[in-house]
Design a protein around this ligand. Structure first.
Ligand SMILES: *[C@@H]1O[C@H](CO)[C@@H](O)[C@H](O)[C@H]1NC(C)=O
Length: 474
């Protein structure tokens, strides 16, 4: 930067504020090379060290040291190189920028202080001495800025229909330029293409933990992709920042009945169950054999368990009556459609009474509905995921439609023609449901016997103690 001194004069003209112009004129006078001083090289001022390059976070203070030996009558000035602004001359701060100060001491140290640094302060700063030719050192001030997400250029919460593609966008500013990573808030994998991820099984290309970049594109979004997505912007300057985007996936209700045939005898207790999925949230209820809505009373107890878009419905019939023989339905309705699942209750002979009498007791409150195996949730997910709007234009009777699909239909046993067991068609839960449904109507006795002996073992001591100390029990 030797020889820059001569051009410094010209740059004064560009200074804008009036008082700067005054100072500039003064500076011309003050800063004209002093030829009267001895030209002996050893006697000339010299810098003890370089002006360092520094990195400072926006909002902090920065100190640029400049130490000169043998300054004598010469003067030190600080110049902001990019804007050609004179900041200080000798002990005077020239610029009107109140954030700039000069810390001088001993006629040796001339440190420039930048307070509350802003992004526009980034650039080269030169410490110069008015020798002829001018002597100078310069250092770079890098102003780093932690990342910030530009809200209006980033996606907000989004509601789409199942099967649609979705693009989430997230833009961030900061210095250096932040990088962006997408993650699911619940830390589950992001599915980039539901179709391919499904067919490929563990296809890692379509199922990832995180995605880098401003946009997150997901193809044929399924209900499993419903949830919160985080875009995280970071550039090495703490703190990193994230924005949460809620993705809602709408679909008409689907219902699934694990046990479509229930054998029951008059007077027994029976629990029937049904799983539904829907978003927006559905209205769920049961209808009885007349098609009327079942209301909770001393004989019927509807039990509903909800988790996100899934509803697990149970109907406990405390004492089965003749009029319960027939078809009960679980109904799910939302704004996109309606569906139902049918459960046919048929009458069976009451079991023969046993000599020990314990068996009847078990029958009375032994809950014969317990026999149906609960649905493994992920299997249900996989299964229900296959439901496409196209296949179910009305969103009604989805389950029945699926059974009639030639590939899936499996007609085993006489009872399955009219009321095929869903559990039989899928290898994934064919085992659990196939067994329980096949075994139940034919021979409910082994399971009940098991329960009976268990209860006998558990209850016998209680009964005994009641005989010994009757007030405890009554
Ligand atoms: C400052 O950085 C420049 C290039 O970026 C380099 O040439 C110079 O040597 C650095 N100064 C110091 C004091 O490290």
């Amino acid at each position: 930067m030797e020889g820059r001194g001569s051009s410094t004069g010209a740059s004064y003209v560009r200074l804008v504020t009036r008082s700067d112009v005054v100072w500039a004129a003064l500076a011309l006078v003050l800063f004209t090379p002093l030829t009267v001083v001895s030209e002996d090289k050893d006697e000339l001022p010299r810098f003890i060290e370089d002006v360092p390059n520094i990195t400072v976070t926006v909002g902090r203070d920065a100190l640029l040291p400049c130490t000169v030996e043998q300054l004598k009558g010469y003067k030190v000035a600080w110049v902001q190189v990019d804007t050609q602004t004179i900041l200080t001359i000798h002990k005077q701060v020239i610029t009107r920028n109140p954030r700039i100060a000069l810390l001088h001491n001993d006629h040796r140290s001339w440190h420039l202080e930048l307070k509350n640094v802003r992004e526009k302060d980034r650039g080269w700063y030169m410490c110069q001495v008015n020798t002829d030719p001018m002597r100078s050192k310069q250092g770079y001030v890098d102003v780093v800025v932690p990342p910030d997400i530009i809200d209006r250029e980033s996606s907000g919460d989004l509601t789409i229909r199942e099967g649609q593609d979705v693009t989430l966008t997230c833009r961030a500013k900061g210095h250096p330029t932040p990088s962006i990573v997408w993650r699911r808030e619940d830390n589950q994998d992001i599915v980039l293409d539901s179709d391919k991820a499904d067919s490929g099984g563990t296809d890692t290309a379509h199922t990832v933990k995180s995605v880098e970049g401003e946009t997150l594109v997901m193809k044929r979004v399924s209900r499993l992709q419903m949830g919160s997505y985080l875009c995280i912007a970071s550039n090495g300057i703490p703190p990193s920042i994230s924005k949460r985007t809620q993705l809602r996936v709408q679909f008409p209700p689907v219902a699934w009945v694990p046990q479509q045939l229930e054998g029951a005898y008059i007077g027994q207790e029976l629990t029937i169950e049904c799983h539904t999925e829907a978003f927006p949230k559905s209205i769920n209820f049961w209808t009885n054999t007349n098609g009327d809505m079942v209301v909770s009373d001393e004989r019927y107890e509807p039990i509903v368990t909800e988790t996100s878009y899934k509803v697990y419905m149970k109907l406990r019939i405390r004492r089965v009556e003749k009029k319960d023989v027939g078809t009960f339905r679980c109904i799910a309705k939302n704004s996109l459609g309606e569906t139902d699942g049918a459960i046919r209750i048929y009458e069976i002979e009451p079991p023969k009474s046993h000599s020990n009498g314990v068996f009847e007791m078990v029958e009375a409150d032994g809950g014969s509905g317990e026999g149906s195996t609960p649905v493994p949730q992920n299997h249900l997910n996989k299964e229900l995921k296959k439901y496409e709007d196209g296949r179910h234009p009305k969103g009604i009777n989805d389950v029945t439609d699926a059974y009639q699909h030639p590939k899936n239909y499996d007609s085993k046993g006489p009872g399955h023609h009219t009321n095929p067991q869903r559990g039989l068609q899928q290898p994934s839960f064919g085992l659990s449901f196939g067994q329980s449904s096949a075994a139940r109507p034919a021979s409910p006795t082994p399971r009940l016997t098991l329960t009976a002996s268990f209860l006998t073992a558990a209850l016998l001591p209680l009964w005994l103690s009641c005989f010994l100390a009757a007030p405890l029990c009554w």
